[in-house]
Design a protein. Sequence first.
Length: 404
Amino acid sequence: MTHDARAMLNAHAASVTQPYGPERSQVMSQAGFDAATAEISSWPGYAPTPLLSLDHLAQDLGLAKIFYKDERGRFGLGSFKALGGAYAVANVLRHQVEQAKGLTHVTSAQLLSGEFNDIIRAATVTCATDGNHGRSVAWGARLFGCQCVIYVHETVSQGRRDAIAHYGADVREVKGNYDDAVRHAATTAAAQGWTVVSDTSYPGYRDIPLDVMHGYGVMAVEIVQQMAKIEPPTHVFVQAGVGAFAGAVCADFWMQWGARRPRFVVVEPLQADCVYQSLQAGRQVAVGGALDTVMAGLACGEVSDLAWEILHGGVNVCVAVDDAYALDAMRILAQPKARDPAIVAGETGGVGLAALLAAREHPAVWNALGLDVNARVLLLGSEGDTDPVIYRQVVGRDAAEILA
């Protein structure tokens, strides 16, 4: 059975020879990526996540290569989000300590030492989440020792709520969708004197989401290093959501690879396609409704302002896919052919493969993507089994069985 999917070429995409430029550097900068890399790589437990090669899957799909960046093991949190939220929490606390003590250049090691516990323990960070970002903020709050309140909307699974609460956060439900939870978190934080640590920006709120995005970029930095001795990919498929992750990856690859950068493809659920709709309109467009999709981390209806500043010229193609393709991708990654490694990917983690599966069945999508037998495709496996119960329901086995 063929499921629904559509693709759109971005009429506003920058040419391959156009440099990243000073205007975009006011948003995402090399200095920002360097600072995030230096900080995050100093944390206990840091290690680059693996870049896997799926040669037999590539052959099945009529491609030259498929590379898969597997974020399941990132700091034990199961997703790339560990890079962003916790990094922003560290910076929030650093700035509060510096302001209170009249200091400059407070390090994360000092934050962890207990030297400033009087300030840190009095601080509260908060955000809205579909699951993974909230887990990262909660983990960062526990790591550095501050208070944390996380808001979830009605359809966030109990497993994801429990995973956030595991790190000591106070998890509270907000009626409505993700964007309603974002607004509620901002209003409550303003009234309580808390600090919002969000990966989505809006007028008057930019600095912290920039920290989150620069943290996400550490994954792209690792990929560039891991591919240093081979040709860059011709295509990269990136999950959208509010666009913060996609914007960070797009910016870093643009800076690092320049005219050799891959064709940049953003993938979204059909039911929550805010980047698709925005690129089609040439301006930011909000998608309303329940945003009901199994791709929980992508159930977002509004593009982050900061992400839009990168994506409106950085995206080449936008693809929106039916949920069924995301579920198929989870199963295919878990049950590889021949010698490809088995991969545990959650509903959002396998979205790049979902787009490839859709392209195989929809010639218009394949043609829009510019795929052929010479294509070297990079997929970003943004999460593992972040809700193990849902994962087992979809795949039929749990992660331990698959990886055994």
